[in-house]
Design a protein around this ligand. Structure first.
Ligand SMILES: *Cc1c(COP(=O)(O)O)cnc(C)c1O
Length: 409
């Protein structure tokens, strides 16, 4: 792949990582070691020597690199280019829908979703740190990405899905070489299975935010967005929020870019979009709480955001509040309606979670939370091709004369 041809694969490059930091207590942990959660049971964040990074990289050098995720390697923790496990992660387009809305179409990434961003970095680090076996719970897309990247790296993968995970996801996970189980439970219950089994089975726990590197991969959405917009940012970002890695990751990216002086001024309002049938962040935001309670009987057609409890809940809420953003829930009906209209009117096949951001954008306009002159970026996080679509019954009988008058004009 172009991104790799341009690099010296065996060269040991300095990373700018200084340490890892507990997101709750600030306690430091050494880099270049295996980590899951901090001693406080909270996510670890990777910290960099941003001064040295800024001295080593400028925007012009960056602009000349191949258009993929690894152009941001100075902002990432991998030490040896040889350890990079890539399936070709292209920069994704920003597509205008109306005058002030851009849809960032993440469905173009390997395995058809933005989970590839997190997993390419996490699996590369896993390889660098000598991991041979990894496990995770998933609502579909993360498991598919893990299966693909782990197989590519020669790492065994074990994946646990709620039994009503979209069929295509379960099949692609199995087909790409993972051991996969359907579990009659929700994703946090699946996560518990990984937690219970990991010691005995020798699995590395790759759950969302339970290892520190997926978020670094997801962070590239924020770096890429800033670069694509000429190092300025939109007024508001709508993000379909499950575990929240992308929202937290982008917020981290913006902080890093601001610290090195590559962006200035106001940061975007971060909007966490959830489904009415599973909206723990919306409830916590509205209650003024720092943490979210587990959402009972979570249900929505948008499987990727059916996450009843998220370990990074306090980080999601912090990012929303620091950015003067908010959390908003939309109904499954509004999601289906938005998905259909965007497909018909704009030729864009959104996933239900992406359609949720569109529905949330419209609802926000109606409720006066934003104005129609605000530049908004919506995240379509997976290709719509992975999800069921209404059937088509019309046929044409080749043995009969064709009735051209019956054709729609
Ligand atoms: C995982 C996923 C989400 C949620 O992303 P988080 O960063 O975990 O909140 C949204 N949509 C789709 C399609 C997903 O696969």
């Amino acid at each position: 792949m172009t991104n790799l041809y341009s690099q010296n694969l065996t060269e040991e490059r300095p990373t700018f990582v200084t340490h890892l930091e507990c997101s709750a207590t600030g306690e430091h942990y050494p880099a270049d070691r295996l980590h899951n959660l901090s001693d406080a049971g909270k996510p670890l964040l990777v910290r960099y020597d941003l001064g040295a990074l800024a001295a080593a990289l400028d925007k012009e050098t960056l602009a000349a690199r191949p258009p993929d995720l690894w152009r941001y390697r100075e902002f990432l923790p991998i030490r040896r280019a040889n350890d990079i496990v890539s399936l070709g992660e292209p920069m994704t387009p920003l597509l205008p829908v109306g005058s002030s809305v851009l849809i960032k179409d993440e469905g173009r990434l390997p395995t058809g979703s933005f989970k590839a961003r997190g997993i390419t970095v996490a699996v590369s680090m896993a390889k660098e740190l000598g991991i041979t076996s990894a496990a995770m719970p998933t609502n579909g897309n993360a498991g598919a990405a893990l299966a693909a990247y782990a197989s590519s790296a020669g790492i065994e993968s074990y994946v646990f899905c709620p039994s009503d995970t979209p069929e295509i996801n379960v099949r692609e996970i199995a087909y790409q070489g993972a051991h996969v189980w359907r579990v009659d439970a929700l994703i946090d219950d699946c996560g518990r299975i990984v937690g219970e089994g990991k010691e005995r089975m020798g699995w590395f726990d790759m759950s969302t935010l339970k290892e520190p590197y997926r978020i670094e991969g997801k962070k590239t959405m924020g770096l890429e967005l800033a670069e694509q917009l000429g190092w300025r940012l939109p007024d508001v970002i709508f993000y379909p929020t499950g575990g929240g890695t992308g929202l937290i990751g982008m917020w981290k990216a913006f902080a890093e870019l601001r610290e090195i002086g590559w962006i200035e001024g106001k940061l975007p309002r971060m909007v966490a979009v959830q489904a009415e049938g599973c909206a723990p962040m919306v409830k916590a935001f509205e209650d003024g709480a720092d943490h979210a309670e587990r959402w009972p009987d979570a249900h929505t057609i948008a499987a990727g955001i059916r996450v009843p409890s998220a370990i990074g809940d306090f980080l999601i809420l912090q990012a929303i509040r620091e950015s003067s953003g908010y959390a908003i829930a939309v109904s499954d009906g509004a999601i289906i309606d938005a998905q259909e209209r965007v497909a018909r009117e704009h030729g864009l096949l959104l996933c239900p979670e992406g359609a949720a951001t569109y529905a949330a954008y419209e609802k926000s306009l109606q409720d006066g939370l934003i104005s129609d002159t605000d530049q908004a970026v919506l995240f379509n996080c997976a290709t719509g091709l992975k999800y069921p679509m209404p059937g088509v019954t019309r046929t044409l009988d080749i043995s009969q004369p064709i009735d051209w008058d019956a054709f729609p004009q």
